[in-house]
Unconditional design. Structure first.
Length: 130
């Protein structure tokens, strides 16, 4: 596989990794399990227990596990055709996926800010006498 094709796959495979990691660690659909994992990560009796449950609450940490699954199912490797290619691909996918999640977080924060400002302007316009 050519390097340009490998880079294309890198940027494409990082999209579902980012999507899955973000959804599990931030979205409402997984709120209850995430609250349970957060509680266990804070109140666990052993450090191993606390760290294990923390992995499901951190998008960066969780993206490593999603990446491992993607590598198993896709067989994607980067630069080398042996185990080294999988290592390089794994860390590269995590890095790109986390850039995607960071950009998504910025966009969501900006949208939330805009929506708040619009609501405030609507409320102020309702209070003004006509």
């Amino acid at each position: 596989m050519s390097i340009s094709l490998q880079l294309g796959w890198l940027f494409i495979l990082a999209i579902p990794i980012a999507c899955i990691a973000w959804t599990v660690t931030h979205e409402e659909v997984f709120r209850e399990p995430r609250e349970y994992f957060t509680k266990r990560s804070r109140e666990g009796k052993t450090i191993l227990e606390r760290k294990f449950f923390y992995l499901f609450t951190c998008e960066y940490c969780f993206s490593h596990y999603v990446t491992i699954l993607v590598l198993i199912f896709s067989g994607f490797h980067l630069l080398f055709f042996d185990w080294r290619g999988y290592i390089i691909a794994g860390f590269s996918l995590v890095w790109i996926a986390n850039i995607y999640m960071g950009l998504f977080a910025l966009i969501r924060a900006e949208l939330k800010k805009d929506n708040t400002e619009i609501k405030e302007m609507d409320e102020r316009s309702k209070l003004k006498p006509k």
